[in-house]
Design a protein around this ligand. Structure first.
Ligand code: 13P
Length: 256
């Protein structure tokens, strides 16, 4: 059984004061009626991690970062290490987000180094993969997505893969309101799981959580979560609005 994971990627939003306000609102609502059948993580900007950690310490909400450099320390101006993330209480780290790939030129090779460093330090990577609109239109969605998946996870043992979360985020669905249909998302999630099974064995593939990301909102979360291979969501815009994120966390498992 895979425990559903609902993750908020705040991107470059929220000052510390605003972050504290949002977390206080989340804590008030999420703890009511919340049970242990799902996990919740928020990934605020680096500056908010340290001040938020004590607020979240006794809560059901885990803390994650949005990026990381794959070295413990050194002359890497502007970067943050896995040790630093662990020190401030992070359990998760988003890696290989399409914005990092597109705007900051991150390669599959660099992302793979990050994934391995995260796993090596006991952080759970949320590895993002997904195709662009031209790639989908050219019929390459699966090839591109699975190539990013295999490259990002290269060198991990089956045991290490158990500690990884994958997020399928079609680039054309991010911030556009144009979400993949539950059926299209399910098809890609099934292909991802099949690729994991081929590379690392069926048992581990069944244990890895594959999240969907891209315009996840209160009005589409239930249908997405009803799909057998969708194990949670990586939420951008809607994770910045307390009511919306709470509704997403409280998704109802419809039967597919
Ligand atoms: P939106 O939910 O705003 O489309 O963003 C998705 C995303 O990029 C999450 O990482």
């Amino acid at each position: 059984m895979r425990t559903p994971l609902l993750a908020g990627n705040w991107k470059m939003h929220k000052t510390v004061a605003e972050a504290v306000e949002l977390v206080e609102a989340l804590l008030q609502s999420i703890e009511q009626g919340y049970s242990t059948d799902r996990e919740v993580v928020i990934c605020p900007p680096f500056t908010a991690l340290y001040p938020l950690a004590p607020l979240l310490a006794e809560s059901v909400i885990a803390l994650g970062a949005q990026n990381m450099y794959p070295a413990d320390q050194g002359a890497f101006t502007g970067e943050i290490s896995p040790l630093m993330l662990k020190e401030v209480g992070c359990r998760y780290v988003i890696l290989g987000h399409s914005e990092r790939r597109q705007l900051f030129g991150e390669s599959d090779t660099l992302i793979n180094r990050k994934v391995r460093a995260a796993v090596g330090h006991g952080l759970t990577p949320i590895l993002c993969v997904g195709e662009t609109k031209p790639q989908r239109d050219a019929g390459q969605a699966e090839t591109v997505t699975l190539a990013q998946l295999r490259a990002g996870l290269e060198g991990l043992s089956a045991e290490q893969l158990r500690g990884v979360v994958v997020a399928y985020e079609p680039v054309w669905a991010i911030g556009t309101g144009d979400t993949a249909t539950p059926a299209d998302a399910q098809a890609m999630h099934a292909a991802i799981r099949a690729a994991l099974a081929e590379g690392w064995g069926a048992t581990v593939a069944e244990a890895v959580r594959v999240l969907y990301g891209g315009s996840v909102k209160p009005d589409n979360i239930d249908a997405l979560m009803a799909q057998p291979d969708i194990d949670g969501a990586l939420v951008g815009g809607a994770s910045l609005v307390a009511d919306q994120f709470v509704r997403i966390v409280n998704f109802e498992a419809l039967s597919a």
